[in-house]
Design a protein. Sequence first.
Length: 75
Amino acid sequence: MKTMLMFQNKTIPVYLTDTNKQALDKLSTILNRKLTTGKNALKKCITSLISVEIVGSEATLHSYYERDTLTISLY
């Protein structure tokens, strides 16, 4: 399933394996927190985010540059 997330005034597509509203809320919270308290590699990935793929309890953050793609835990 595909849905859209508004983050930093950008619309980002989020791909889910199942419809889990809690995962979307958790993702938004984690992205905002990691943008302020995360390490530089994670901040760079979040600022250049183009899409997110959620499988189970993990979110793969895809950025403009393939080498900056990261996977984070939602729980």
